[in-house]
Design a binder for this molecule. Structure first.
Ligand code: AMP
Length: 416
């Protein structure tokens, strides 16, 4: 069954969305992309004459109630965007009565699923080394199943539209699906679009295929970097990673961010790129600062000769040109992670140069896929969201999908 063909008339539909939106100190939403992303699915159910039970996580409350992460803060925003007054269930596991009372066209938003440890299904308060860990894990898995069953009991149909958490086997993203047969569970429109975008990159790669990986660390991206080495023609590595690579090759990096225990990993990436015939493009110069502040003193210097007391905070002009040239020639582009500390305006130039080159390549017919919170924030900051082919709502999920891994949230519905 698909969302397009399903008639939701008179049905209660529980939808897992990703409403993990950023909030400011006063609880105001600073970026509503994720809410807007789920609207087509939610509106289809309502337009058909169904009623909605919406569930999501927010932040990392680690299995405990924490008002800072309450979805109660976004009820008004969701009401406004849906055009329907949304009701709120302050305890997601005790919403039977509120769900049962829903009439067609009505909407109930459940409180943060992660206020319950059962959502993630990880045992709490016990170390992995503890001899009783396996037993605790088994017990928690059983509790997770029960929790998922409770959520499932609210509705006739389950829709997963939360791509951002599709790589997690959580109660609401995967385990719940066991309670519905194939005709009563499906992916939402956003999920379908995300799956299609990944498919576009993987099954229909037009060359040159250029991946740009940035961000702060090598360690969190090494899996995807190694995987991409078997797929891409050009691999641009930028952001904080630059300095781990520079140091690994004997460079001086001042006080730049660096993972000293990953120097061998960096050298291995360089070696594998050569073996695979991949053009590995690393920053040659950088904008260094004497403090981690927007208004610190700056100088342009080689990425492998940064003076003591200075740190590389953005790609330099020579690097930007080199990156842009490779990107502009590409026919398939994947971008994850900024080229500098883009949150500070004075160090956003490298990421902007990348965004502009991607926009140019896209205008020339390339397919460009941007994913991961920070690169999406970059594209939005530069007002270029409409100049790229597809912006994914997934960070980890997108990268795992590109690695070719089957995502539990999708497998639970498609049975793969
Ligand atoms: P990640 O979460 O690993 O994708 O990294 C994103 C973060 O990397 C952003 O918040 C950037 O500010 C940060 N970042 C990028 N370049 C640098 C750099 N040269 N030094 C320190 N942080 C950086």
């Amino acid at each position: 069954m698909t969302i397009e063909t399903c008639d939701f008339k008179g049905k209660k539909v529980i939808v897992r969305v990703d409403f993990n939106v950023p909030l400011d100190d006063n609880g105001n939403i600073t970026d509503d992309t994720r809410i807007r992303g789920a609207l087509p699915t939610l509106k289809k159910v309502l337009a058909d004459g169904g009623s909605l039970i919406i569930m999501s996580h927010m932040g990392k409350p680690k299995g405990k109630v924490n008002p800072k992460f309450s979805l109660g803060q976004i009820v008004d925003a969701v009401s406004e965007k849906l055009g329907v007054k949304v009701q709120f269930a302050p305890d997601c596991a005790k919403a039977q009565d509120a769900a049962a009372a829903l009439k067609p066209g009505e909407v109930l938003l459940l409180e943060n699923l992660r206020f319950y440890p059962e959502e993630e299904g990880k045992p709490v308060g016990i170390d992995k080394e503890d001899p009783k860990y396996d037993e605790a894990k088994k017990e928690m898995k059983a509790r997770q199943k029960d929790f998922a069953k409770t959520l499932a009991s609210y509705a006739d149909i389950y829709i997963n539209d939360a791509f951002g958490t599709a790589h997690r086997k959580h109660a609401s993203t995967a385990v719940i699906a066991d309670n519905f047969d194939a005709d009563h569970k499906m992916l939402g429109y956003l999920m379908e679009k995300e799956v299609q975008a990944v498919d576009n990159v993987l099954s229909n790669i037009k060359h040159p295929f250029t991946a740009i990986m940035g961000g702060s660390k090598v360690s969190t991206k090494i899996g995807i970097i190694e995987n991409l080495l078997g797929k891409v023609d050009n691999l641009i590595l930028c952001g904080g990673m630059t300095y781990t690579f520079a140091k690994a090759q004997g460079g001086h990096i001042g006080k730049s961010i660096c993972e000293d225990d990953k120097l061998d990993v960096a050298l291995d990436v360089i070696k594998k790129a050569k073996e695979n015939g991949v053009n590995l493009v690393l920053g040659t110069d950088c904008i260094a600062g004497d403090d981690f502040k927007n208004d610190c003193n700056t100088q342009i210097c080689p990425a492998n000769a940064i003076p003591e007391g200075w740190e590389g905070l953005d790609a330099g002009p020579e690097t930007r040109k080199a990156f842009a040239k490779v990107i502009e020639d590409a026919k398939t582009i994947l971008w994850n992670g900024p080229a500098g500390v883009f949150e500070m305006d004075n160090f956003a130039g490298g990421s902007k140069a990348i965004a502009e080159a991607i926009a140019k390549a896209t205008a020339n017919g390339a397919f460009s896929l941007i994913g991961g919170g920070d690169s999406v924030a970059c594209i939005n900051k530069f007002g270029m969201a409409d100049k790229v082919s597809y912006i994914s709502t997934g960070g980890g999920a997108l990268l795992e999908a590109i690695e070719g891994k089957v995502l539990p949230g999708i497998a639970a519905i498609k049975g793969e």
